[in-house]
Design a protein around this ligand. Structure first.
Ligand code: GLP
Length: 260
């Protein structure tokens, strides 16, 4: 796992966006795994800027989103469909037919989830998966206790997640209780993982993910099992890391390392 600490949220977002851009520049028809939440907003803004100013092209790109709330229609202002449309898709040149987001309103969740998994495979698998982390260590909506080999499925949200996400809804009672989410096993199959975390309220979950044991109690810790996991943090999210000096040393020495 590569851990890169940057002084600010903006620099963290730029560094993570550069990974995505590098992949698109070598593979214009790459498959991207998309995340929602406030953390990846800066990353998306940077990709939009690259699209506008540097011609970063999305016409051949396919995307798969991690998750969606059950019960919210795509045009609901807090649905992840709406989030993606407003914060990313409408600002770049993606083909509408190449966008996949789990359905929060299907009549058959089981068969939808199986189809979603199949579609990822048929599209060649995910090249880069963007991730955030919940304050309880979840990735996507894989709450503590989720199997580390889980696949796309319906999950009940943890009460702490409902509380964390209540800030986006008018009332806490409006936060959906269920979500459809890629599993930890699904996520681990992506070729590269890019996880961003910002802010003090993520510091404990981040330390457990990076330096704690691999455990379903912090599903982000499964990134330790992945050969290409890259973690981008701002100063406050890195606040509880014990090996901080080493991560900074590795970053400083990276330009001189033999090319692999
Ligand atoms: C939700 C999403 C996650 C996201 C997390 C953190 O629970 N399902 O994918 O990582 O929120 O969100 P934020 O970045 O807003 O802290």
């Amino acid at each position: 796992m590569e851990v890169v600490v940057l002084p600010t949220y903006a620099e963290m977002s730029k560094a993570a966006a550069q990974i995505v851009a590098d992949v698109l520049n070598t593979k214009p028809n790459a498959v991207l795994g998309m995340a929602t939440g406030s953390t990846p907003l800066g990353l998306y803004q940077e990709l939009v800027r690259m699209h506008r100013e540097e011609g970063l092209d999305f016409t051949q790109v396919t995307t798969f989103n991690l998750d969606e709330y059950v019960g919210l229609r795509p045009n609901h202002s807090q649905s992840y469909h709406y989030f993606m449309q407003e914060n990313f898709f409408k600002h770049v040149n993606m083909a509408a037919g190449n966008i996949y987001i789990p359905s929060g309103t299907t009549s058959n969740y089981r068969s939808f989830c199986e189809w979603y998994e199949r579609r990822i495979q048929e599209c060649g698998g995910i090249d880069v998966q963007i991730l955030g982390i919940g304050s309880d260590g979840h990735i996507a909506f894989n709450e503590p206790g989720s199997s580390l080999s889980s696949r796309t499925r319906l999950k009940t949200l943890a009460q702490s997640t409902i509380e964390d996400n209540a800030r986006f809804f008018e009332r806490k009672e409006d936060v959906p209780i269920y979500a459809i989410t890629m599993g930890v096993g699904t996520i681990l199959e992506a070729r590269t993982l890019v996880l961003c975390a910002s802010g003090q309220n993520k510091a404990a979950a981040v330390a457990a993910m990076v330096e704690g044991p691999v455990t379903s109690m912090n599903t982000a810790s499964a990134l330790q099992l992945h050969p290409e996991a890259r973690v981008f943090l701002d100063e406050s999210a890195a606040g509880h890391l014990k090996m901080r000096e080493y991560y900074d040393w590795v970053k400083k020495m990276k330009p001189g390392a033999p090319k692999v």
